[in-house]
Design a protein around this ligand. Structure first.
Ligand code: ATP
Ligand code: MG
Length: 663
């Protein structure tokens, strides 16, 4: 008994306890944001290991991002689950776990050295598009790449692509046969070059386990207990791999929130989560409703946002019950233009920091990565340290490159005993010469750059410490290899400072203060989703993910124009309807009288102000999101019109998976 067993349920509520203590076998936790799902699975692992049901090395925990995997390993270490003398729990993303397994089994399954993992597939997509006579602009190649990713994640082969895209009502980027041809040629070219893309990692690993009984046998001996976080966003390809891992066994714990399904555009489906209790009738099913993350004010805003949702996920909706003491009401702010919005956000962040909120407890979240630029500039001008999540920029920072060069020089003359803690001391000494002094520079404007530099160096020093906790004998060479691997995988360390992240990258995380910015129709929901009800619902869930990241301070803002002094043609997001208090100046429902630029003289929805271009809804004065008293027939006609309209437009350029989030 290592103590983990008894600690495992400390500070949990009865439902969380039930999930932690459930006997071995299928367990499913269906619950909203902030209810402790991730905490519960971490504790369940601690319980299963602590009580001797499995050993730490037999557990494979799958999380959605590399960062989440790292956090889970840290939490497990704190719970005493692994440590000196015990093998660590494998907590990884699907892709990282598959990559490791594939490398291990490759010599037996394929022979020779494992193929390399492709860094960005656009080169092959470009060649394939050229041969198929498809457009080769960067944008259309990105759309084609996204479509190939969808097909592979959905287990659709090139031959079946045309039919499957039709069934799924995809907005295909070009004539469907042509896209199928691009997909087929891409596969041929990539395989001929002996390269693997990210989807191949899942597909080849599944195949290795399915087709090679001796490989499956060894794997099944090794891993006995599986845990999956964020199960609502599992794709068919990931699900197939999970089944291969299980090999007919049922020692599986899954947790998820169908209302946080935000990757269905890429093939993910909440049905695996929602159907789990039917697939495993003997499963322990637990529902959690107490929200431990956010103040009642934030919880209430979250309930409002998701209360307006439609679709299958919405059917499983549970109202969250806030558990924390009250805090400030959410704050809403309308700005003339984006630079003004960014400046105001930076100033507000400065005030929060002065009030004692640590910068690392503050996040600015946006819909598309391109939005980060204005905030990077505003925070830089205000002298506030920040890090861009999912951004590869850390390893491009001047101070980081200089420091790594200095470490490389030091490695050539490091003494033999510079391993483990000695290595960490050596790293600290080298970084000290680069400016990592004892006291960080104060956070005032002007000293912003010095602060940023100090934070970068500290992040490097912490990486060295982290490496030694897993590889106690690591030397400077091993540390440089680790840095290189992270740079390759675009997996930057955590830098202390304000987080800038896309809503997709913010999943599962939490901060004391969250700024949701750029909340205009066209950005949130993204323009391409307009007219496609399912896509708008996914955008709404993304907004819900954003709202539920805040513990205490929730600040929502938008700007009416992109450029300073530009035409104020944007309107606030339709998702803000019902959220902005009546008396707030921004609560005024746009009426289409002309002040909203684009809708001059045109009919708009009476409830959210969205333009109503089709005659049926114009007559009604309601959009499809607010049809409460509309008869179904009219609604159907409206939907048909909208989807026909959507099809005539180009394919959505949604965020494509950044490899950074996956490995
Ligand atoms: P998400 O859906 O956003 O991933 P989640 O359900 O995984 O959320 P967690 O991240 O596990 O939620 O927990 C949210 C916060 O609430 C964390 O700070 C966690 O430590 C805290 N928490 C969870 N359960 C309890 C509890 N029983 N008592 C106190 N705090 C708790
Ligand atoms: Mg979670």
């Amino acid at each position: 008994e290592n103590g983990a067993g008894s600690d495992a349920v400390a500070g949990l509520d009865p439902e969380q306890r039930a999930a932690v203590l459930a006997p071995r076998g299928p367990v499913c936790v269906l619950a909203g944001a902030g209810t402790g799902k991730t905490r519960t699975i971490t504790r369940r692992i601690a319980h299963l290991v602590g009580s001797g049901h499995v050993s730490s090395g037999q557990v494979l925990a799958v999380t959605f991002t590399a960062r989440a995997a790292g956090e889970m390993r840290t939490r497990l270490r704190a719970l005493g689950v692994d440590g000196p003398g015990r093998p660590p729990v494998q907590a990884r993303t699907f892709h990282a776990a598959a990559l490791r397994q594939l490398r291990y089994f490759w010599p037996r399954v394929v022979g020779g050295a494992p193929w390399e993992v492709l860094e960005g597939k656009l080169r092959f997509v470009g060649q394939a598009a050229q041969r198929a006579g498809a457009p080769t602009t960067r944008e259309s190649l990105r759309d084609l790449a996204g479509e190939i990713e969808w097909a592979k994640a959905s287990l659709v082969a090139p031959d079946d692509y045309a039919a499957a895209a039709g069934r799924a009502a995809r907005d295909v980027p070009g004539p469907v046969e042509q896209v199928a041809k691009v997909y087929e040629t891409y596969e041929t070219l990539k395989n001929r070059a002996e390269q693997l893309d990210f989807d191949d990692l899942l597909l080849h690993t599944s195949a290795a386990l399915e087709e090679h009984p001796e490989v499956a046998h060894e794997f099944h001996e090794r891993y006995r207990c599986f845990v999956v976080d964020e199960f609502q966003d599992v794709t068919p390809a990931q699900h197939r791999l999970l089944r291969a891992w299980l090999g007919g066994r049922d020692d599986l714990t899954v947790v998820g929130d169908a209302n946080q399904t935000i990757y269905s555009f890429a093939g993910a489906s909440p049905s695996y989560l929602l159907d789990f209790p039917r697939v495993f009738p003997e499963a322990t099913v637990v529902r959690l409703v107490r929200d431990y993350r956010s103040t009642p004010q934030v919880v209430s805003a979250a309930n409002t946002v998701i209360g307006a949702a439609r679709g299958r996920a919405a059917g499983s909706r549970l109202r969250l019950e806030g558990q924390r003491p009250p805090g400030p009401e959410p704050d809403f702010a309308e700005h003339d233009d984006e630079p003004a919005e960014a400046t105001a956000v930076a100033a507000a962040i400065g005030e929060l920091v002065e009030q004692g909120v640590p910068p690392a407890e503050i996040a600015v979240l946006y819909r598309v990565n391109a939005q980060s630029e204005a905030y990077e500039k505003a925070l830089g001008d205000a002298g506030i340290a920040y890090q861009v999540r999912g951004g590869e920029r850390f390893f491009q920072r001047t101070e980081v490159r200089t420091a790594i060069a200095a470490l490389r020089t030091a490695a050539t003359r490091a003494p033999d005993d510079a391993t483990g803690d000695n290595m960490v001391s050596l790293v600290r000494a080298v970084l000290g010469e680069q400016g990592l002094t004892e006291a960080p520079p104060a956070g005032s404007a002007g000293e912003g750059a010095a602060r940023q530099r100090w934070e970068s160096l500290r992040a490097l020093a912490e990486l060295a410490e982290e490496l030694v906790t897993t590889v106690p004998e690591a030397d400077l060479g091993a540390f440089l290899t680790e840095l290189n691997a992270r740079a390759q995988a675009q997996h930057p360390p955590t830098v202390q400072g304000v987080t800038l992240a896309s809503l997709h990258a913010a999943k599962g995380l939490e901060w004391d203060a969250v700024f949701l910015v750029g909340l205009t129709d066209g950005t949130m929901p993204i323009q391409h989703a307009d007219g496609d009800d399912d896509a708008v619902e996914e955008e709404r869930r993304l907004f819900y993910v954003g709202v539920t990241r805040a513990r205490v301070h929730l600040r929502l803002s938008w700007a009416l124009s992109r450029n300073a002094g530009g035409r104020r043609s944007r309107r606030r997001s339709r998702f803000l309807y019902g959220l902005v208090p009546e008396e707030h100046p921004a609560a005024r429902v746009p009426t289409g009288r002309g002040e909203n630029g684009g809708s001059r003289g045109k009919p708009t929805c009476r409830l959210c102000g969205k333009p109503l271009p089709d005659p049926a809804s114009a007559k009604l004065g309601r959009c499809s999101t607010h049809p409460s008293d509309v008869d179904e027939e009219l609604l159907e006609a409206l939907r048909t019109w909208r989807s026909a309209e959507a099809k005539s437009r180009s394919v959505p350029a949604y965020v494509v998976f950044t490899d950074a989030t996956l490995i």
